[in-house]
Design a binder for this molecule. Structure first.
Ligand code: FEO
Ligand code: CA
Ligand code: CA
Length: 637
């Protein structure tokens, strides 16, 4: 994401930095570099970790990551650079027809899709995504859905390794890029912008060694005018009713994602506030301010022609509460409406990482990406399989928690429940607690973090969270690189009671600043995905050091060695991770290549011979990169 809003958290909760500093100070390791400090910190954390065990892990690292890395000196330009041991191809750029033969947009100078065309095309702002393998009946092959350490045999031969549904978020496209102007001048302009946002579900197949879209009855676009439904504790609550009586529709600013073992896609609404504005008088309430609503929003101007997004229109006063949720989508059933799962709370959702907990509970880890906001966990009320068998969604009945990180390397999950007197004094019912989860968490002593982005569960069973950066973190100690935290870091934790407990242990995995000036240099970690063998893929979104474009790196969970697999193009962000069941194909995205400016990049424009070119005029288009090892090996190796 590009919108870099200030903090909206006015609470006095202790920040993560305070906790970290207190922890480090007590161990009297401040004289060393933070990396050393963090290692000492790690060693004392009492966790059984692969990290820091020395010798044997080093040999394993070479086996895990054998590829030749992209050098820092090569990592800058208008066309992506990939390891000499890998190749990439382009899939589903913005404007690609959803199905072969549909209307196409290819970034020709001076042209834009119409609203009607954009509805039949891939959107812009490619972000979180997942690949759902297909079986011979055209349904999700659930046995293949979760990548396994054993990626051979049936996994390599199965149809689902070569054909599936790709569900992909279209987080945002700014007006100059999408419309060629700063402000919409008509409802048609607004509809073009709206249709460029949302989600695409497309069938893709590897035909003769090349991935491409293929026809499928469940291929579809979901955008801000697509009918949706609400489920869980907030469904049916007056907070979601408008005087205008409009039915619930749409999803927006779909950032990162998750997927469930029952074969559905989770799309997360992040900076939804920025699409609202006010044509009349508007003064944000404290509740609205906590979510960043303002008169002008991010400048999309939807409210100028679409009253749903006008905060000053009394007919649509509650439209704002219909966004900020996790949305469940069935990639294999186009007739099912997307469902907003309100039990997971309303905040600026980055991602939703599913893990199975004790007793088969559904556990979902979620970050709220804003400076000084929080990390959350949802735990279903019962075994997810038995809930589904009863016709109850495991994402509708459960408990939402927010994290507090303590100085001693322990932490607590604090329940967001109306039964808590601190919340009962402020909110009328559980629906209000969930709809204003940020404000509820403020009252419970949750730890304000440095912009929680993606999370992943690694081979060591720990949950890794990227904390992308926090320029507004203040600190008297200039030697402490976390304040201001310009470059971000990665934290990890181990939950008690096989994920469903309320206590956890935590430590730091990587401090981005410590890599600067080396071949490992990176900043602003954002996308993250751990493979089942100890590799951790890291994607960046933000100003990189050492002249680098944003990048895709592979880290070794045990040794913390880092290698650069890919760098993007000038002005882009690398985001989105999906893999095929055999882990031989990796999908990642370049988002806002060239910041939409043809003078910076025209990617993925090609010449007549199919070579990528920098022509200075073709409008750059967000797209997916299909990445494979030249020798057909495991991704990341
Ligand atoms: Fe959409 Fe926090 O990135
Ligand atoms: Ca992100
Ligand atoms: Ca980001």
């Amino acid at each position: 994401m590009r919108h870099d809003e200030g903090s909206s958290n006015p609470s006095a909760n202790r920040s993560f930095h305070d906790v970290l500093e207190a922890r480090l100070s007590r161990r009297e390791v401040m004289a060393g570099s933070l990396a050393v400090a963090a290692t000492s910190f790690l060693a004392g954390s009492g966790l059984a970790l692969a990290a820091g065990k020395g010798g044997p892990a080093a040999g394993k690292a070479a086996a895990l990551m054998g590829f030749r890395p992209v050098a820092v000196a090569e990592g800058n330009g208008p066309i992506p650079t990939i390891s000499a041991d890998y190749t990439f191809e382009v899939l589903i750029p913005w404007g690609e027809p959803l199905v072969p033969g549909g209307p196409a947009y290819r970034g020709e100078p001076g042209t834009r899709p119409t609203a009607a065309e954009q509805e039949q095309q891939i959107g812009i702002g490619h972000d979180g995504m997942w690949y759902f393998p297909m079986d011979h009946r055209g349904r999700c092959d659930l046995a293949l859905l979760v990548p396994r350490a054993d990626a051979s045999g049936r996994r390599r031969r199965a149809l689902g390794t070569h054909k599936g549904m790709l569900a992909i978020n279209h987080e945002f496209g700014e007006n100059p890029h999408v419309l060629g102007k700063n402000t919409p001048e008509s409802l048609e302009d607004v509809r073009v912008s709206q249709h460029a946002h949302g989600v695409s579900v497309v069938a893709i197949e590897n035909i003769d060694g090349h991935w491409r879209t293929v026809s499928n009855p469940n291929t579809r676009r979901i955008h801000v005018n697509t009918p949706v439904e609400f489920s869980g504790p907030v469904a049916g609550h007056p907070l979601l009713d408008n005087l205008a009586g409009n039915e619930p529709a749409g999803t927006v600013n779909n950032c990162a994602n998750g997927y469930t073992p029952w074969g559905t896609y989770l799309s997360c609404e992040e900076n939804f506030n920025g699409y609202f504005g006010a044509n009349g008088t508007f003064s944000p309430t404290p509740g609205q301010a906590r979510y960043g609503f303002s008169v002008g929003g991010f400048g999309y101007g939807w409210h100028l022609f679409d009253p749903r997004f006008d905060l000053s229109d009394p007919g649509y006063a509650n439209e704002q509460h219909r966004f900020g949720w996790v949305v469940e989508i069935d990639p294999f059933d186009g007739s099912r409406k997307p469902v907003k799962r309100t039990a997971l709370g309303r905040f600026k959702h980055e991602g939703a990482t599913f893990a199975e907990g004790q007793g088969g509970r559904a556990v979902v880890y979620m970050g709220d990406d804003e400076r000084f906001d929080y990390i959350y966990k949802y735990v279903s009320a019962d075994n997810w399989r038995s809930m589904l068998a009863r016709g109850v969604s495991p994402l509708d009945e459960g408990t939402l928690y927010v994290a507090r990180f303590d100085d001693d390397g322990s932490g607590e999950w604090i329940e967001l429940s109306i039964a808590d007197p601190r919340l009962a004094a402020r909110f009328a019912d559980q629906a209000e607690v969930l709809a204003f989860a940020r404000a509820a968490a403020d009252l419970l002593g949750a730890t304000p973090m440095d912009r929680p982005e993606w999370s992943t569960v690694a081979a060591d069973d720990m949950v890794y969270f990227t904390l992308t950066n926090n320029s507004r973190r203040t600190l008297a100690d200039a030697a402490n690189p976390l304040a201001p935290n310009r470059d971000g870091h990665i934290i990890r934790f181990m939950d008690g009671d096989r994920r469903i407990g309320t206590s956890f242990s935590w430590d730091l995995f990587l401090i981005a600043r410590d890599t600067h000036g080396t071949e490992d240099s990176f900043s602003s970690p954002d996308g993250i995905w751990a493979d089942p063998e100890g590799r951790i893929l890291i994607e960046t979104d933000g100003g990189q050091q050492d002249g680098l474009n944003n990048q895709l790196l592979v880290a070794d969970m045990g040794t913390r060695e880092i290698r650069r697999l890919l760098t993007g193009v000038t002005g882009d962000e690398i985001t989105g991770i999906a893999v095929t069941p055999d882990r031989r194909t990796l999908f990642v995205n370049t988002q806002h290549p060239g910041e939409g400016n043809p003078a910076w990049s025209n990617f993925p424009a090609t010449d007549a011979d199919g070579n990528f070119v920098f022509d200075g005029v073709t409008i750059p288009r967000d797209c997916t990169l299909v990445i494979r090892r030249k020798d057909g090996g495991i991704i990341g190796s």
